[in-house]
Design a protein around this ligand. Sequence first.
Ligand code: MN
Length: 191
Amino acid sequence: MKFELPALPYETGALEPVIGKQTVELHYGKHFQAYITNLNNLIPGTKYENMELVDIVKSSDGPIFNNAGQALNHDIYFLSFSPNGGGAPSGKLAEAINSQFGDFENFKKEFNAAAVSVFGSGWAWLAKDANGKLSIEKEPNGSNPVVKGLVPLLGFDVWEHAYYLDYQNRRPDHVNALWNIIDWKAVESRY
Ligand code: MN
C-alpha cells in the first residue's frame, strides 16, 4: 500500500477529557484509516499513482480528491496534539500571530468563530502563504488550504465524527477545548 496510517505520538486515551478515547479510536482507527484505504484503492492505474499526497490533493477531484484531502487533513490534525499541549505558540509563529491578529487571545477568538461557522462538515485552518502571511481558512468537506496555494499549519476538524460522542451538538465547547491539547512545537515546525 502506498499511503499508510501514521503512528500516533500518544496513547488513544491520552487526550481525555478534551477528546475521548473512543473518539480517537474511531476517528483515527476507522475514519482516517478508511480515507487512506480508499485512496490506495482508487489511485492504481491513474496519473496519481506515484504522486505525493499534497500534489494529489492539488490536482484531483471527485472521490480521489475527497479521500486524498482527508488523508492529508487527518495527518496534520492527529499530529498537532499532545497530552502535554496547550499554552501559546512561541518564536516566529507567535510574532506573526501577534502582528496579524493583535494577540493570541484574539487569534483564538477569530479561529473559533471560523470553526463554529463552518456549515455542515468541514475544517478551519491556520495557513500561511509563500511570504509567511497568516490566514484563517474555512474549507468544506475534505478540502485543504493547499488548493488555494497555501501551507496548512493547524486544522480543526468540525465534522461531527470529531466530537459528537464527547460533546454531542456542542461544537463551540469542543473547539474551545482543543486549544488545551495543541502541540505548538509541531505547529511551529510547519511555519
Ligand atoms: Mn475527521
